[in-house]
Design a protein around this ligand. Structure first.
Ligand SMILES: Nc1ncnc2c1ncn2[C@@H]1O[C@H](COP(=O)(O)OP(=O)(O)OP(=O)(O)O)[C@@H](O)[C@H]1O
Length: 251
């Protein structure tokens, strides 16, 4: 069995159907992500980060190139196959938690499993397990507006992970959190990555969040600009990330 979770080869994305409106958001991007990796995607505004994430999330399509997730080429799936693929293989955490207000935290987390017709006994076991990992057992019977922003985001992370996806995609998941809650979410993601080998790809502007990753891909104008791997402490990596961000402004 392959250890490769993501394979991207010569990915190109052009927006706009008419020639005069065309905009090449991704020019030629290639990289792989192995099981258990924790990859950050950074780059200036407009560099193509969200475009890349949306293609991986199967929410948008590539113009050219190969995009495979767990060995499955997602560029050739039809709408129904994509919906099923997304539900089974992917988990998402966004900046704004996207919890449903009229469902309890428990029901929110259980939702992906209910949609897959999992039995209620299995659902309870799986929800309780992930809730414990993310330290939200106490709030399972509350509604989203009764808990803090940090707890809401940990609940959103639990919902993203409860069906044990092959790949967790995060789009600025700490963007709406204060520094204490951001740190706690990042520590949980780090633990899930290290202890349960959850494969994570995180798009972020924030060097502090990125310092929790094992490696960072920097993109600029739709191309890979640089890649760095964490070797020493997180604080050393944070300083290295800031130095690369500094380089951007010089080229
Ligand atoms: N639907 C669209 N139609 C046309 N152009 C688009 C569309 N979406 C994005 N673009 C353009 O593609 C380029 C890449 O956008 P993208 O949102 O991927 O960048 P980003 O790195 O995520 O930026 P930010 O950090 O500001 O979110 C930008 O120039 C943007 O204006």
């Amino acid at each position: 069995m392959t250890n490769q979770i993501v394979t991207i080869n010569h990915l190109q994305k052009i927006y706009g159907k008419k020639k005069e409106n065309e905009h090449m958001a991704l020019k030629d991007i290639s990289f792989n992500v192995d099981k258990g990796d924790f990859v950050g995607i950074m780059g200036p505004s407009g560099s193509g980060k969200t475009t890349l994430l949306n293609i991986l999330a199967t929410l948008d399509t590539a113009t050219k190139g190969e995009v495979s997730i767990t060995g499955q080429d997602i560029t050739h799936l039809n709408t129904n196959e994509l919906a099923e693929f997304r539900a089974k293989k992917l988990g998402f955490i966004f900046q704004n938690f996207n919890l449903l207000d009229n469902l309890s935290i428990y029901e929110n987390i259980a939702l992906p499993l209910s949609l897959q017709n999992e039995s209620s006994v299995n659902i309870r076991t799986m929800v309780e397990k992930i809730a414990e990992t993310l330290d939200i057992t106490r709030i399972l019977n509350n509604y989203p507006n009764e808990v803090s922003g940090g707890q809401q985001q940990r609940a959103a992370a639990a919902r993203a992970l409860v069906h044990q996806p092959s790949l967790l995609l995060g789009d600025e998941p700490t963007g709406a959190l204060d520094s204490k809650n951001a740190k706690s979410l990042l520590e949980s993601m780090k633990a899930l990555n290290e202890e349960q080998l959850v494969t994570i790809l995180l798009v972020t502007h924030d060097a502090f969040s990125a310092s929790y990753c094992k490696r960072i891909l920097f993109i600029k104008d739709g191309m890979l600009f640089k890649e760095i791997h964490r070797q020493g402490t997180r604080h050393d990596f944070y300083k290295e990330i800031l130095a690369v961000l500094e380089e951007y402004s010089e080229v």
